[in-house]
Write a protein that binds this ligand. Structure first.
Ligand code: GDP
Length: 413
């Protein structure tokens, strides 16, 4: 039976070899328990030692297991709010496990996932928003994600919510008094003041919700699907954004048969890029599965980069790509801008609309123009060369701009 009264122990550092590894023990028996296995020439009894002190010694029962430093935190001035001992040993998984086993033999219970933080919450050391932020901070992969998690852990979000509550409670009290004494000829709260305060609070709630959308992106990543007909340069673009050769690039159409997912830090935003297998007609089972995964990736994406070969006129498959993008947030990417462009204007439209009656693509002899279209829900066009890197900065800027403005974009696209 799991009890909050148990003294719990766990290895607090990642599994694997390292310079140091830490075993954390928390609970009423934490200090006497470690006292049974810790020996120090300068210390007789760990139970008499003041809080927030570190002590060098050995972990041993019959034989010495390791040289360690133990740090003591007495309740309530510890992470969990209980007595806590942290044993810093050498970072050998074998040694750490041995020390942990000793703690368990002496009466500790193995801590469940997140149980130290759960105790911190139960003991009033942090609220739920802060407890949630601990996991975010541990997982943060960019400066922005780390800063957001840290701010939340320090209680910024909780403070904002408390502020909103503090403004609403007096209003509620006034409304209730007004209702209770409705027969009296006294205005406890003017209607104008009530409306004005409610509107102001509503605006602030909307702003908190908006920042929650950004926090979600910083926490879970902004999902970007790369879509285009074969050979337009999807894999090349993925590699260029990742700054490494991750996807296979060949002039043979259909090389990418499965989706390939990679994470990258773009201007502080964790972006999850998915190179898709395209949407062309499947010739076999492998291709069909790849295309099914493409559709799934598109469904889950926060943004689609629709890639076109800027050195060639558009063909039917390009219009199918456009078709799949309409109605979802997307950016039109004209790749291969290092090559001479054909003389036509790029006007995104649905399948059929760009074709003449014979099914040919109607290409107008107008020079290709970069359309500045950062209007919500409408695709921006960016010209790039995955080969030379030209235009990639502008593309990254567009992606991160959309990521941070994602709520408005996603809802209206
Ligand atoms: P995918 O099938 O859409 O993934 O296309 P790939 O990335 O495999 O590229 C197809 C071909 O186009 C390869 O031969 C690439 O070297 C070439 N390619 C990709 N991007 C560019 C570019 O920006 N400029 C030029 N000149 N060639 C490119």
């Amino acid at each position: 039976m799991i009890s909050p009264e148990d003294t719990i122990a766990a290895i607090a550092t990642p599994l694997g070899e390292g310079g140091l590894g830490v075993i954390r023990v928390s609970g009423t028996k934490a200090i006497p328990l470690v006292n049974q296995i810790f020996r120090s020439p300068k210390l007789k009894d760990l139970t008499e030692i003041p809080s927030h002190t570190c002590h060098f010694g050995t972990i041993q029962v019959d034989t010495v297991i390791d040289q360690v430093v133990v740090t003591l935190f007495r309740a309530p001035h510890s992470y969990t709010g209980e007595d806590v001992v942290e044993i810093s040993a050498h970072g050998s998984p074998f040694t750490l496990q041995k020390i942990l086993n000793l703690c368990l033999q002496k009466g500790a219970r193995l801590a469940g996932p997140g149980e130290f933080t759960e105790r911190a919450f139960l003991n009033g050391k942090m609220d739920l928003t802060q407890a949630e932020a601990v996991a975010d901070l541990i997982r943060a992969k960019t400066d922005k994600a780390q800063a957001a998690a840290l701010a939340q852990m320090q209680g910024h979000l909780a403070q904002k919510v408390r502020g909103l509550r503090d403004r609403l409670l007096p209003l509620l009290a006034h409304v209730e008094v007004g209702l209770d004494h409705s027969d009296e000829d006294h205005d406890f709260l003017s209607r104008a003041h009530l409306t004005e305060t409610c509107r102001a609070v509503q605006k602030d709630i909307e702003s908190v919700l908006q920042s929650a959308g950004v926090s979600k992106i910083l926490r879970e990543g902004f999902h970007v699907a790369i879509l285009g007909r074969p050979n337009v340069g999807k894999s090349s673009l993925l590699n260029a954004l990742l700054k490494e050769e991750r996807a296979i690039v060949t002039p043979i159409p259909g090389t990418t048969r499965d989706t390939l997912e990679e994470s990258v830090n773009l201007n502080g935003i964790p972006v999850v890029l998915t190179d898709t297998a395209g949407l062309r007609e499947a010739k076999n089972t492998v291709e069909r599965l790849g295309i099914e995964r493409t559709r799934k990736a598109l469904g889950q994406a926060d943004l689609t980069l629709a890639i076109f070969d800027g050195s060639e006129p558009l063909i039917h498959e390009d219009y199918e790509v456009m078709n799949a993008c309409f109605g979802t947030p997307h950016v039109w990417v004209m790749n291969k801008c290092d090559l001479p462009a054909p003389n036509y204007s790029f006007s995104p439209c649905r399948v059929g609309e760009g074709e003449d009656e014979g099914g040919n693509i109607a290409v107008r002899a107008v020079p290709l123009t970069l359309r500045p279209l950062p209007r919500r829900g409408e695709g921006t066009t960016v010209c790039v060369s995955a080969k030379t890197g030209e235009g990639l900065d502008a593309l990254v800027k567009t992606i991160t701009h959309l990521a941070l403005d994602e709520k408005a974009q996603a809802s209206e696209a």
